[in-house]
Structures are given as structure tokens and as C-alpha cells.
Design a protein around this ligand. Structure first.
Ligand code: C2O
Ligand code: CU
Ligand code: CU
Length: 475
């Protein structure tokens, strides 16, 4: 059995190829560039992207991906990658039923691919890791938006480069909305992307594949421990784990928090909850009622797993103003929520997905193999329903993973045989699988599309070095 020290060693091995001399790597808190004092920087809200034009075919956007600089630590310019100069990327707001087209212009010196995470999109628009845009090139991705309203996000997916490019800033929100939502909107609907980062003492982002141990500074929409003033009313918070490898255990102690959505859309029945365990790429939508707190009260979004390893207190809300009357309570049932995926009649075939690790290379494995773009790992008939049994092999090292499927939302059935609760069940596109765990999901390949789509661990430092496979969906 490996202990915690050994797990840390495994992380170090995975990053060994890119490790810099130790004295050059200093966490921002330890010396060199320092973050601003806690809760002095306002929470950045990513700007909402304006369409370049709209017509009967939908809303047309442009995203230019390029090397950039931004200020994360006071007085320092940090080199990042940006979409349109925004770090993290701007928010795209889409409406259910109305298509969106995004032209990605690659101004990077490396290939880029745009992936709409959680999106039901044709293969040519999926941002498959081998289907990249070369430097200087551009292309249009088409998103039909035929699926339920959901908190989706977009990020880079270029083969072997996605971990580094996402780490350096290439992700953003894609909010697919219901035209008449019952939930708080406008300035009362806050997208909140959480990720961790490591800084050199010169204030640059330190990139090392697998180097999660040094990523001890949590960024909230790109800022360190920001503060946000809220009115005395309900807010919708869309919490996204945009980190490469960190899992967050989120709480807002003292607040009344109702979960209204999961990865792929709204929950039919909202649930009151206190803690949210989010592995990379997972989302929860919650409604928080700030109306019962007095002027000047403050509440903290915290990461209960932070401890000494990373900042525990992530974001402070300060309540201001008079109580807002008449904002709507969360209804007991949400319209626009998809009915949970049901078992079909008859037997359901089961497939196995086993996560493994080979420390000698190092490389991460699915069913004993690294990603091979020329291999279709599974062939699936469109419309069919399957159970996938996902096993995280704790040998030779207990490493957390999760599984993300492109194209479809699935239902999580059970974890080591214990049925999961409604809020963890559906609609999901990413599910965490702890070392030694077996998680079963039910998935129906009921989208309108066929073709080759990836599935992978969303600890992107793992998927970038092998932990990815693909399914061929046939008519
Ligand atoms: Cu967000 Cu292929 O992933
Ligand atoms: Cu995805
Ligand atoms: Cu993994």
C-alpha cells in the first residue's frame, strides 16, 4: 500500500521531464511576487462576447487565441494564453434552439483545437485532439444548441498540448440558456471558474506536466482571493472546476445553498446542500440566498480540502444594501430540466473502462493502453444504451481520476455498488473515480450525431499523456 508521500512522488515523476531547478520555483506566497492581501481584489467577471454578426443561421462569434500578458499578482505582468485578450476566456451566451458558430483564429505558435465541453455537436465541430488548427489558420465550429440549457465551457484540446494550453488560460464559459429561466439572471447570475496555479518568483506561471504539488495558488476567474459585493437577494452561482488536476470541496458556510444544476443541465428537483466535491471539469449550479444577512455581513466560498496545500478561503461575498423584495424563490420543480435517463427494456450491455498508470514512462492508461488516434476503442450504435463500469486501479499508485465522455450526458448509477444521490446522478458528462473505486454509469447515445468522439480522464495532465480513448458512434 502506498502512503501519501508515495503519491506525491508519483506526481513528481510525472512532471520530471519538465522540472526546473528548485531555487527558481518559489510559490507566490513564499517570496518573489506576492498576491494582493486577501479579499481586496474585486472578483473579475469574464466579459460576455458580442457576436460579430447574427443572421437566420444563428449567432456568429470570433475567438482569437494568442500569447498575451495579464496582471494576476500586483505589479507583475504574467504571460498567459488568451482568447481575445481575456484571461480566462470571455463568456459565450447561447440560447437553446439557436445555433452558434465560432470562428477560432489561431495566433499561437502551436496547434489549437476548440472543444465545447458538454456540447452535443457534430464530429467536425468537436475539437478532436487530432483535428487541430495550425498556427495562422482559422476555422468555424458549429454548435446547434439542441440540448437542454446548461453551464457548459469551452477549452483547448490540441493533442499533447491541451494540459499546458488550458493551464495557461485557454478556457471559458459557454452558458446555454433557456429563454425564460426561473432562476436569478443578469448581474445575479455569476459564473465562477476555479483553478490552481504555480508561480515562479518572477511572477510567471510555472508549467510542468503533472506538477500539481506546486500549484498552490487558487485563481477565481483569474484572481487570487477576490471579493464580490452582493445585494440582499438570491444569486445563481455557476461553479466550474477548471483546474488541471485539483479537486475542490466547496462550501459557503452559513448560507442557504440550493443546487439547481449539474454538468449537463438543471436538476428536475433542486436540492439543499452544504458541500460540493468537484473534480476537474465538473460543474454545479447553485442558488444562494443572501437576503437574510445584514448589510456588511460576509460569507466565504471555501475549499474544505485546501489546508496547508493551497488557499482554503477562495472568494468573499460582502452583503450590501437593502433587502430586495420579490426575487423569486427556487421552484420545487424546475422546468427545462431533462427527465433522468431511464433503463431501456431488455438487457443492457456492459463495458469496462480501467484506469491505470505506468510509472516507467510515465504514462496514464485506459484498459492497459495509451491513446492511439488511429484506434477506435469502442464501437457504439447510435441510439443504444450501455452501462460503463469504470474502475480506478489503485496499483501501482493510488491516483484520483475522472471520466469524461464527449457528446452525451450520462447517469451515474452507483459507486462501489452504492447508488448515488439524485444530485450526483444526472445529467453528468464527467464523474470522479477515486483510487480503488468502481463507478457505473448508464449512457444512451441518443444525440443526432455519429462519428469518432473521445472519452478521457479530465485530469488533463493525465489525458495529455495517454489517458484518452475514443468511441466510434455508427448509424
Ligand atoms: Cu473538457 Cu475532451 O474535454
Ligand atoms: Cu468534453
Ligand atoms: Cu486521470
Amino acid at each position: 500500500m502506498l502512503n501519501r508521500r508515495d503519491i506525491i512522488k508519483v506526481g513528481a515523476v510525472a512532471g520530471a521531464a519538465l522540472v526546473l531547478p528548485a531555487q527558481r520555483i518559489v510559490a507566490a506566497v513564499a517570496g518573489g511576487a506576492q498576491p494582493a492581501p486577501p479579499f481586496t481584489v474585486p472578483l473579475p467577471i469574464p466579459s460576455v462576447l458580442d457576436p460579430v454578426f447574427t443572421d437566420r443561421a444563428g449567432d456568429h462569434y470570433e475567438l482569437a487565441v494568442r500569447p498575451d500578458t495579464t496582471q494576476i499578482l500586483p505589479g507583475r505582468n504574467t504571460r498567459v494564453l488568451s482568447y481575445n485578450g481575456v484571461f480566462p476566456g470571455p463568456t459565450i451566451k447561447a440560447t437553446r434552439g439557436r445555433p452558434v458558430k465560432v470562428r477560432l483564429i489561431n495566433e499561437l505558435p502551436t496547434p489549437a483545437a476548440l472543444h465545447l465541453h458538454g456540447g452535443e455537436v457534430p464530429q467536425e465541430s468537436d475539437g478532436h485532439p487530432l483535428d487541430v488548427i495550425q498556427p495562422g489558420g482559422s476555422r468555424v465550429y458549429e454548435y446547434p444548441n439542441h440540448q437542454p440549457a446548461a453551464t457548459l465551457w469551452y477549452h483547448d484540446h490540441a493533442h499533447h498540448l491541451e494540459a499546458e494550453q488550458v493551464y495557461k488560460g485557454l478556457s471559458g464559459f459557454y452558458l446555454l440558456e433557456e429563454p425564460d429561466s426561473e432562476l436569478p439572471g443578469g448581474a445575479h447570475d455569476l459564473p465562477i471558474a476555479l483553478r490552481d496555479a504555480a508561480f515562479t518568483d518572477g511572477g510567471e506561471l510555472l508549467w510542468e506536466m503533472g506538477g500539481f504539488r506546486r500549484r498552490t495558488t487558487v485563481l477565481v476567474n483569474g484572481a487570487v482571493q477576490p471579493v464580490h459585493t452582493v445585494a440582499r437577494r438570491r444569486y445563481r452561482l455557476r461553479l466550474l472546476n477548471a483546474a488541471n488536476e485539483r479537486t475542490f470541496r466547496l462550501r459557503i458556510d452559513g448560507a442557504d445553498v440550493v443546487q439547481v444544476g449539474s454538468d449537463g443541465g438543471l436538476l428536475p428537483k433542486p436540492v439543499r446542500r452544504t458541500e460540493f466535491l468537484l473534480s476537474p471539469a465538473e460543474r454545479v449550479d447553485v442558488v444562494v440566498d443572501f437576503s437574510r444577512f445584514g448589510e456588511g455581513s460576509s460569507l466565504i466560498l471555501s475549499n474544505a480540502d485546501g489546508n496547508a496545500d493551497a488557499n482554503t478561503n477562495l472568494l468573499k461575498f460582502v452583503v450590501a444594501g437593502d433587502r430586495v423584495r420579490g426575487d423569486r424563490a427556487v421552484p420545487a420543480r424546475l422546468s427545462g430540466a431533462a427527465a433522468p435517463l431511464a433503463f431501456p427494456r431488455g438487457p443492457v450491455p456492459t463495458r469496462k473502462v480501467v484506469f491505470g498508470y505506468n510509472p516507467k514512462v510515465p504514462e496514464f492508461l485506459i484498459n492497459g493502453q495509451v491513446f492511439d488516434p488511429n484506434r477506435a476503442d469502442f464501437t457504439v450504435k447510435r441510439g443504444s444504451t450501455e452501462i460503463w463500469e469504470i474502475v480506478n486501479d489503485p496499483k501501482p499508485a493510488p491516483i484520483p481520476h475522472n471520466l469524461h465522455l464527449h457528446l452525451v450526458q450520462f447517469r451515474v448509477l452507483d459507486r462501489n455498488g452504492v447508488p448515488v444521490r439524485s444530485w450526483e446522478a444526472y445529467p453528468k458528462d464527467t464523474v470522479r473515480v477515486a483510487p480503488g473505486e468502481t463507478v457505473r454509469i448508464l449512457v444512451t447515445f441518443d444525440s443526432e450525431f455519429t462519428g469518432l468522439y473521445p472519452f478521457h480522464c479530465h485530469f488533463v495532465d493525465h489525458s495529455s499523456i495517454g489517458m484518452m480513448a475514443q468511441m466510434k458512434i455508427i448509424p
